[in-house]
Design a protein around this ligand. Sequence first.
Ligand code: C5P
Length: 420
Amino acid sequence: MSTSSLSPSLFGKRVLLGISAGIAAYKSAHLARLLKKAGAEVRVVMTEGAQAFITPLTLQALTGEPVRTSLLDPEAEAGMGHIELAKWADIILIAPATADLMARLAHGHADDLLTTLCLATEARCLMAPAMNQAMWRHPATLANAERLETLDWTLLGPDAGDQACGDIGPGRMLEPETILGRLSASLDAGVPLLTDRDATARQLAGLRVVITAGPTREALDPVRYLSNHSSGKMGYALAAACVARGAEVTLVSGPVTLDTPPGVTRVDVLSATEMLAAVEAQQPCDLFIGCAAVADYRAAEIAEHKLKKGDGDDGLSLTLVRNPDIVATIAARADRPFTVGFAAETRELENHAGDKLARKRLDLIVANDVSDRDIGFGSDDNAATLLWQEDRDIRRLALSRQPKPALAGAILDHIATRLP
Ligand code: C5P
């Protein structure tokens, strides 16, 4: 054992390492070694399913202790009963923690040895969740995560990135070194472990974010205008989610009927030209999210007086001119922020969004299908696909249908991983 890896606070601590049925279980062997190296006493409990991923014998060899797998094992119980084992532990660390195990623990189940120990213990309890990104994002899992924190569990991670199943997104187990580092650093400092909720609260700390939201209104005459059905809900949800992550947020808003989220500075505008001027006045910033449904055209001339029907005319021709492209203008600046656009499409969603990503020189585009009446414009829910360029490839991440505030959080979690 190298003395340099000893952690003053983990030294002599009794750590019960719980392993559940995830592919990341193969990393638990390394975690067990790291804990031993740090000077902890380690005993391992595996769920039934975990044994399909890694054998108890491997963990027994690494820890020098028998590995417990069953609640109803008379021989093992005769050695150290499960209540005794629950009392023995100073720390229970579950890595990986599957969605199912999280659900069972969140609801107080005691249907196997590991869940029973967790219910019977007074030890400090931590877990490193690991699962497919869609499973992690599922509202049921997120609700369980929240509930576990109220039950004094500390959640470490999950990390975002490539997953064993080929997806990309949040749900990777933190690397064993990171788990050990976070555990021992907080114990050494005698401070409570940072939960990921704390980490989320600081994700965009100190960053200046500018967001456009809502429709624009392009006047034709003093009483009429061209506009669209944008409600502004998505942009407002993004603004609130940025504030929750510690950012300083300016929301440049077209005409909507929403309340300004607490902590957000709101600048009201009507037309695309006004919106561009307001956004430019906020530059430079760190992150710009163009969520507004900006009208592509405006009247070449705004009539000074109300347009009148002519006697006998059966139509009216308007001359429209192109509006400036706000998001492309900001992305073209020398001091450009990380620039995110939205693409509301009714067909060939990813093709059109991919074109816009390149044409407008965006860092990321959020594509959503507005032909589906249940999501998008005006609705409280939305689903989206994030597209960005990495090396020469266009990478994508599908975010399932969920309330706009939750989707805003998921979009920002991803943006935070891509910010320079
Ligand atoms: O309208 P379009 O599909 O091109 O919009 C894609 C993105 O470009 C959106 O993020 C929208 O806010 C932005 N946009 C803009 N200025 C425009 C038109 C669109 O910033 N004039």
